[in-house]
Design a protein around this ligand. Structure first.
Ligand code: ARG
Ligand code: ZN
Length: 253
């Protein structure tokens, strides 16, 4: 795919406290990060180690808040809902009006992003091919965007970058096999790596005989802090492209 594809987004702000009713500036700050990261114009792109610089990809995906609601009327792409639920488990209840959440907009036309008080994770995502009413990504409000309630070290907007990677069918870079060397992310240009990396590792981190360059821990699909992740690879961009050509083809122009 040569052309850039723009994904219409609806952000469901599901709040129990006034603080969780995040401001428009925080939402805009998140969209800005997505539009940098998926176009490889993120300000930290130059930190990619020399050996992998050529592999860093522009995924040619952009995101914009929806301007048309499902009923055809105008919208700002934000749904705000007060909830009696103090904290959501990562069990999809936030995705349904009748469970204290906010129901999805049609998943073939919108990327649904729910922002709420979430227990046990910074975020989670639905892979392509699941039920439409639970499709989208859920992000903890304090790991969303770069301002407002966003809290260090997850105030770089990268939780949404990571989760939307999953939404486009990307797997974790370590292959989801614990600390083993046999799992795969089904992407050829990411080194085989043992387990996940956390914090802000120093280059290189060798595992599974992947020296001298080691793990690509600065990839958005590892588990490092926001300031330590700054690339997708061309192979990952191809995998996202395949999702867009297949199960997510309703987003193509
Ligand atoms: N699902 C992951 C978690 O909850 C998201 C990790 C995102 N990483 C990040 N640096 N923002 O741990
Ligand atoms: Zn993940």
């Amino acid at each position: 795919r040569e052309e850039v594809v723009t994904i219409p987004v609806v952000v469901h702000v599901v709040h129990h406290t006034p603080e969780q009713d995040i401001g428009q500036d925080q939402i805009d700050s998140q969209l800005k990060v997505l539009n940098q990261d998926f176009r490889r114009v993120n300000p930290d792109a130059a930190k990619v180690p020399e050996v992998w610089r050529e592999r860093a990809a522009d995924a040619r995906l952009e995101f914009k808040l929806a301007d048309t609601a499902p009923d055809g009327g105008p919208t700002d792409g934000v749904v705000r809902r007060r909830t009696d639920v103090p904290e959501f488990a990562p069990d999809d209840t936030v995705k349904f009006d009748d469970q204290g959440g906010s129901s999805a907009w049609p998943a073939d036309r919108y990327l649904n992003i729910w922002v709420c008080q979430l227990r046990g994770a910074l975020g989670y995502a639905a892979f392509p091919g699941g039920p439409a009413d639970a499709d989208g990504v859920v992000i903890l409000h304090s790991a969303f965007g770069t301002t407002g309630t966003a809290e260090s070290p997850y105030d770089g907007g990268r939780t949404a970058t990571h989760e939307i990677g999953h939404w486009f069918n990307l797997r974790h870079i370590w292959g989801d096999d614990g600390d083993g060397c046999s799992g795969t992310d089904f992407v050829d240009d990411t080194p085989n790596q043992a387990g996940l990396n956390r914090g802000t590792p120093t280059f290189p981190q060798v595992s599974c005989g992947n020296g001298p360059d080691g793990d690509m821990f600065m990839n958005y699909m590892d588990y490092v802090e926001d300031a330590a992740m700054f690339m997708f690879t061309k192979g990952q961009a191809e995998r996202m492209d395949a999702a867009l050509a297949g199960p997510r083809s309703s987003f193509l122009p």
